[in-house]
Design a protein around this ligand. Structure first.
Ligand code: ZN
Length: 389
C-alpha cells in the first residue's frame, strides 16, 4: 500500500503561486470576467514590452480624470499599468477596463471613486481593483461613508466584488508596532475586500519590510488577490457576493484572529476556493460518501481541462465537506487517500492537484516548513517578474 503513494514534497515553496496555474490547467484563465482597475491608467506599450501579459486579453483604456488627461498612464512608477500586469499574470484572459481616476495632479475623492463604481456596475463589471486607501475619519464600520456604502450596495444588487488595498505598507508597519492598524477606507466595507499584507502570517512587520525590500508592495499583493478572484469568478460565474467571500475565507489557512471582521486574514488558495464554489454551484454530488478508493479506482474517462473530472469532483467534495468547516485533519486524510487511489493511473496534472490540496491541509495543521521559508522563495519569484510597488 505504502508503495502506491507518491511522495509529497513538503518543501515546495511555490505552492501558493501554483494555485492559479493549476486553475489554468483545468480550464480557467479569467475568460468571461470583466475586471475594472481604478488607478493611474494603462500604458499598453509598456505592458507588451514587459512580459507579454497583454497578449490574451481585451483592454478598454478609459479616462475618468476631471481634466480629461487621456487614458494613458503618466504616473512616475506606472502604478496602474503594473497593477494591471499583476492581475493578468494571475488571470491572463480577464477583460480589463482601466479607469484612470488618478491624474497628474488629481487624486480622486470618495465621490469620484463612487462615480467610477457606478459606471462599472452599469458596464457589467464583476470585479473592481482599487489600488489606494483613504485614511482618516468620515468612515467607520458603524457609519460607512459614501464610497463604502456604494461598494456594499453594488455588491448586494449585482454581485460586483470590490477589492482594495487595506492601507499602505509603511503606515501599517509603523502602526503595527503599536498594535493597532489605522482606520482606513474602503476597508470598512462589509462586502468588499481589503488586502492587508503580502501574506499575513506571523510577524507581519518583518514580512512587510521584506515586501518593501523586494519591491512588492500591497498594491501588488492586492492585484494578485484580484487576479485570483477573477479566476474564481471565471470558473463559477453564478456565485453571489456572499458565496464569493465565503469560498475565499473558508478555504484560507486559519491564522491568528483577524484584527477586525472586515479584513481577510489567512493564506488564500484560489484553487481550493474555486473547488469549494464549484461544489456549492453543483448543489449535490455524485460522491455522497467517503468511498474515495472506489470513486477513484480508475480514470473516469471524463475531463476537466487536462485533469480527470472525477478527481476534480472528489477534491471539490473534500473542500466543501471538510475544509470549509475547518476540519483540516479530515481533509488531509481524505486527500491522502485520494493520492493513494489515483497513484496507479494518475497523470502529472492529476497528481499535482491532489498534492496541492493535501499539502495545503498539512500546512494548515502546522505540519510543514515555516511560512517564512515560503515567503522568501515566493518573494524572490515575485521579484523576478515584477518590480512594482
Ligand atoms: Zn469608507
Amino acid at each position: 500500500m505504502e508503495n502506491d503513494r507518491f511522495p509529497l514534497d513538503l518543501s515546495h515553496g511555490r505552492r501558493h503561486e501554483d494555485c492559479k496555474a493549476l486553475l489554468w490547467q483545468i480550464g480557467f484563465m479569467g475568460q468571461g470576467c470583466k475586471v475594472a482597475v481604478l488607478d493611474t491608467g494603462v500604458d499598453l506599450d509598456w505592458l507588451r514590452e514587459n512580459g507579454d501579459t497583454a497578449r490574451d486579453t481585451t483592454f478598454h483604456p478609459l479616462d475618468f480624470t476631471p481634466a480629461s488627461e487621456g487614458p494613458g498612464d503618466s504616473a512616475p512608477g506606472l502604478h496602474g499599468t503594473r497593477v494591471i500586469r499583476e492581475i493578468l499574470l494571475s488571470a491572463p484572459r480577464a477583460e480589463i477596463f482601466s479607469l484612470k481616476v488618478y491624474g497628474v495632479t488629481h487624486s480622486p475623492s470618495r465621490q469620484d471613486l463612487a462615480a467610477a463604481l457606478e459606471w462599472c456596475v452599469q458596464s457589467g463589471i464583476v470585479l473592481v481593483n482599487i489600488g489606494s486607501a483613504i485614511y482618516g475619519g468620515e468612515c467607520s464600520v458603524g457609519s460607512p461613508c459614501l464610497l463604502c456604502r456604494s461598494i456594499n450596495t453594488h455588491a448586494l444588487a449585482t454581485g460586483m466584488f470590490t477589492v482594495s488595498v487595506g492601507g499602505d505598507a509603511y503606515t501599517l508597519n509603523e502602526t503595527i508596532t503599536r498594535g493597532e492598524a489605522p482606520v482606513i477606507c474602503p476597508a470598512n466595507t462589509v462586502l468588499g475586500w481589503a488586502v492587508e499584507g503580502p501574506s499575513v502570517v506571523g510577524d507581519r512587520r518583518a514580512l512587510l519590510e521584506r515586501s518593501l525590500a523586494t519591491g512588492g508592495g500591497l498594491s501588488v499583493t492586492t492585484a494578485q488577490f484580484s487576479g485570483g478572484a477573477a479566476l474564481l469568478r471565471s470558473a463559477v460565474p453564478s456565485l453571489d457576493i456572499f458565496s464569493v467571500r465565503n469560498a475565499i475565507r473558508r478555504t484560507s489557512i486559519p491564522l491568528s484572529l483577524p484584527r477586525s471582521g472586515n479584513l481577510g486574514a489567512g493564506h488564500h488558495c484560489f484553487f481550493l476556493a474555486t473547488l469549494c464554489a464549484q461544489a456549492w454551484a453543483a448543489g449535490s454530488f455524485q460522491f455522497k460518501s467517503l468511498k474515495i478508493y472506489e470513486n477513484l479506482d480508475a480514470p473516469s474517462g471524463r475531463s476537466q481541462g487536462r485533469a480527470d473530472a472525477a478527481l476534480c469532483e472528489q477534491l471539490a467534495w473534500i473542500a466543501a465537506t471538510f475544509i470549509q468547516r475547518d476540519q483540516w485533519d479530515q481533509a488531509a486524510a481524505a486527500a491522502e487517500e485520494a493520492a493513494a487511489a489515483i497513484a496507479p493511473w494518475a497523470g502529472p496534472l492529476d497528481r499535482s492537484l491532489v498534492e496541492h490540496v493535501w499539502a495545503y491541509c498539512l500546512e494548515s495543521l502546522g505540519q510543514i516548513v515555516p511560512a517564512a521559508v515560503h515567503y522568501e522563495r515566493s518573494s524572490s519569484h515575485l521579484a523576478s517578474h515584477a518590480e512594482a510597488g
